[in-house]
Design a protein around this ligand. Structure first.
Ligand SMILES: NCCC[C@H](NC(=O)CCC(=O)O)C(=O)O
Ligand SMILES: NC(=O)OP(=O)(O)O
Length: 328
C-alpha cells in the first residue's frame, strides 16, 4: 500500500479489518518492522485522536515519529500555483512537501476543507500536492472529502460488536450543530459502509444530501424514526450542506437522538467519531450510558492506523528489495 486516502486504496476490506483486530490482541507483533523508519505527521488543523492514535500505532511498530502542527508552528503555506507571493504566505507547498520528502519515510497529512468553494475542496488539491511533491507513501489524517482512518476504525468497531449470523443494520443519522462542519466523516463512513457487508441507511433533513459518489447502494430517507427501526448501530454526525455548499440550513433540536428513540432499535449501539458537543449533537444521557461505543471506537483508532502503517512499511521494504534485485 503506497497511499491510504480512501476505501479505493484497499483491495481486501475484510482482510484489513481482520489484521487490525489481530494487532489489538498482539500490539507488538511487528515491533521490528518500523526500525529506523520515520513517520511525519503534519497537521493543518486541530486533532486529539488522530494525532495520538497514529503516533502510538507507529511506536508499536518501532517507528520514530515527528509531529508538526504546521498551521501554528510553520511558515504560512501557499498552496496555489502561479501566484506572486507578495502577501502573507511565506512558503510554497512545492518546497514544503519536497523538503518533507527528504526527512520522512511515510507522511500523514490532515487538511480540512475551507467550506467556501466546493470544487476546490472536492478536488483534494492540497492532499494531492503533498502526494506529488513529497513523493512519499501518504496516509490521510482527514482531508477535504474523506477521513479513511476513522472509517476503517468504524468498520473494525462494527465488526467487533456485530450480532452473530446476520448482516447488521447500520444507520448514519445527521445531528444538529451550531457550526458548519465538513462532509468528510459522513462521506467516508458512507463510502466504507457501502462496500462492507452491512445493511446501510442514511437519514438527514432535506438539503443535507451527500455527494452521490459516496452513497451508492445506501437507503436514504428524511424520516429518522423510520430509519432507526431495528438498527444495530447508529452513527451520529453533523455535516453542513453539500448542495448549498458549507451552509447550515437547520439546527432543529428534534434531530438530536434521544434515549426514547433507541426503543425502536435492536438495542442499537451508538457511535460518533468525536469530538462531540454534548447535548447539542448527542445527549449526555446516551454518551454516559452503556449504549455508547464512542470511547471503545476511539480506542480502535490505534489498530486502524497500525494496520495501514504496517502495509505501507511492507510495500516500502518490498520496493527496496526489488530495486536491489534489479540494481536500479
Ligand atoms: N476529526 C473528526 C471530526 C473533525 C471535524 N469536527 C469539528 O471540526 C468539530 C468542531 C466543533 O465542534 O466546533 C469534522 O466534523 O470533520
Ligand atoms: N475523530 C477524530 O479524527 O478526532 P480528532 O479530530 O481529535 O483527531
Amino acid at each position: 500500500m503506497k497511499l491510504f486516502t480512501s476505501v479505493n486504496d484497499v483491495t481486501d476490506l475484510s482482510g484489513l479489518v481482520k489484521e487490525a483486530l489481530h494487532f489489538k490482541q498482539n500490539p507488538f507483533a511487528h515491533k521490528e518492522l518500523g526500525k529506523n523508519k520515520t513517520l511525519g505527521l503534519i497537521f493543518l488543523n486541530p486533532s486529539l485522536r488522530t494525532r495520538l492514535s497514529t503516533q502510538k500505532a507507529a511506536l508499536n511498530l518501532g517507528m520514530e515519529v515527528i509531529v508538526m502542527n504546521i498551521d501554528k508552528e510553520g511558515w504560512a503555506l501557499e498552496t496555489r500555483d502561479g501566484v506572486i507571493m507578495n502577501g502573507t504566505t511565506v512558503e510554497h507547498i512545492r518546497e514544503a512537501a519536497g523538503v518533507m520528502g527528504e526527512y520522512f519515510d511515510i507522511l500523514g497529512i490532515r487538511s480540512f476543507p475551507g467550506l467556501q468553494n466546493r470544487e476546490e475542496d472536492y478536488s483534494e488539491d492540497i492532499l494531492n500536492k503533498f502526494i506529488k511533491f513529497s513523493g512519499l507513501p501518504l496516509v490521510s489524517l482527514e482531508s477535504g472529502t474523506r477521513h479513511p482512518l476513522q472509517s476503517l476504525t468504524d468498520l473494525i468497531t462494527i465488526t467487533e460488536h456485530a450480532p452473530q449470523g446476520r448482516r447488521p443494520k447500520v444507520v448514519l443519522t445527521w445531528a444538529p450543530h451550531v457550526k458548519a462542519l465538513p462532509q468528510a466523516v459522513p462521506n467516508s463512513f458512507a463510502e466504507w459502509m457501502c462496500k462492507a457487508d452491512v445493511d446501510f441507511t442514511i437519514t438527514h433533513p432535506a438539503g443535507y444530501e451527500l455527494d452521490t459518489q459516496f452513497t451508492q447502494g445506501a437507503t436514504i430517507t428524511y424520516n429518522q424514526e423510520e430509519a432507526l427501526q431495528d438498527a444495530d448501530f447508529i452513527y451520529v454526525k453533523n455535516w453542513s450542506s453539500y448542495q448549498d455548499y458549507g451552509k447550515v440550513i437547520t439546527t432543529d433540536p428534534n434531530w438530536m437522538l434521544t434515549r426514547d428513540q433507541l426503543g425502536v432499535t435492536n438495542q442499537a449501539k451508538v457511535m460518533h467519531c468525536l469530538p462531540v458537543r454534548r447535548d447539542l449533537e448527542l445527549g449526555a444521557d446516551i454518551l454516559d450510558s452503556t449504549d455508547s461505543l464512542v470511547i471503545k471506537e476511539a480506542g480502535n483508532r490505534v489498530w486502524a492506523a497500525q494496520v495501514v502503517l504496517k502495509r505501507m512499511l511492507e510495500a516500502n521494504i518490498k520496493q527496496a528489495d526489488e530495486r536491489r534485485f534489479t540494481g536500479s
